[in-house]
Ligand binder design. Structure first.
Ligand code: AHG
Ligand code: MN
Ligand code: MN
Length: 283
């Protein structure tokens, strides 16, 4: 696993360079979900593919930008699912974006098969957070020579102050709207950039809060994909002492996607906010 984490550092430095220096425009392709792909989505995807293909532990890879699972090494132990560039719609306005990885036991693409998770934040500084089951996530930040230095592990408080509500408000259910309003009434402050990586990273480093991406009228199953987005962050939140559930109150890490690109309504937070959500939704 450590070999894989080392390669993620290389990937972080390379994609960071590409974001800073390369063309931010659209390619002429769409991905498996029908999203228009940026040239950067495609470039980041192939960079990750080429790096991970050289790691013998990797059995196969699946990317948000690829239709199918891609075999790598028949003797490898893990399938790595990744979102090469999260926040494609905000990269042109120079907000922070990220890359997300879920490292699954081969043949078990589900919450229970997830062995480790990691994400990279391309912000004013380059950062990497890695989580394995049962240990507080490790946090790395770029230093003067472009290397990473280890910082304190990531731990959430019981309760936070941030509310990051995703989706289109017009399509929220009355239950969800009432719940989000109740948090603001309690004094929570709005922090939402439209990139799940920086939005969740902020909650993790500021000690707590809630990020939600509910099922709503326009998207009954939410927007965020289980294998590449929701499950990896579920592992990071649980390892940091928080919780991650769906709109039926089930742990995201107990779920299995019906297909590699399946989405789920999802909520990530510290214990207090997730408790409030359960009360409001009655789950
Ligand atoms: P991607 O760029 O990989 O398609 O994912 C973007 C995701 C996520 O980062 C964010 O939380 C969500 O889309 C934002 O959606 P809205 O624009 O609906 O808020
Ligand atoms: Mn994404
Ligand atoms: Mn993406």
């Amino acid at each position: 696993m450590l070999t894989i984490f080392e390669r993620l550092k290389d990937i972080a430095l390379e994609i960071d360079k590409a974001i800073k220096n390369e063309d931010l425009g659209y390619s002429d392709q769409q991905n498996a979900t029908g999203d228009e792909q940026l040239k950067l989505d495609v470039a980041s995807d192939s960079l990750i593919e080429h790096t991970l293909k050289k790691v013998s532990l990797v059995h196969s890879i699946i990317s948000e930008e690829k239709e199918e699972i891609m075999p790598v090494n028949p003797d490898g132990k893990y399938t790595i699912c990744y979102d090469p560039l999260d926040g494609s719609s905000i990269v042109d306005v120079n907000l922070s974006v990220g890359t997300i990885f879920g490292i699954y036991d081969r043949g078990n693409l589900s919450g229970s098969g997830l062995r480790a998770a990691a994400y990279i934040v391309y912000g004013p500084r380059l950062e990497l957070v890695v989580a394995v089951r049962g240990k507080a996530p490790r946090h790395y930040r770029s230093g003067a020579r472009g290397l990473f230095s280890s910082r304190a592990p990531v731990r959430l408080n019981e309760k936070g102050k941030i509310n990051a509500p995703g989706g289109t408000q017009k399509y929220w259910s009355p239950t969800h709207k009432a719940f989000i309003d109740s948090l603001f009434q309690e004094g929570y402050r709005l922090r939402y950039s439209g990139g799940m990586v920086p939005d969740l990273h902020q909650i993790l480093l500021k000690g707590g809060g809630l990020f939600s991406y509910p099922g709503a009228q326009d998207r009954p199953k939410g927007k965020l994909r289980m294998l590449f987005e929701a499950l990896p962050f579920a592992m990071v939140f649980e390892s940091a002492g928080g919780e991650a559930i769906d709109d039926r109150g089930r742990r995201l890490l107990d779920l299995t996607p019906e297909h590699p690109h399946a989405t789920t309504p999802c909520f990530f937070g510290s214990k207090y906010e997730i408790g409030k959500l359960r009360e409001a939704y009655g789950v």
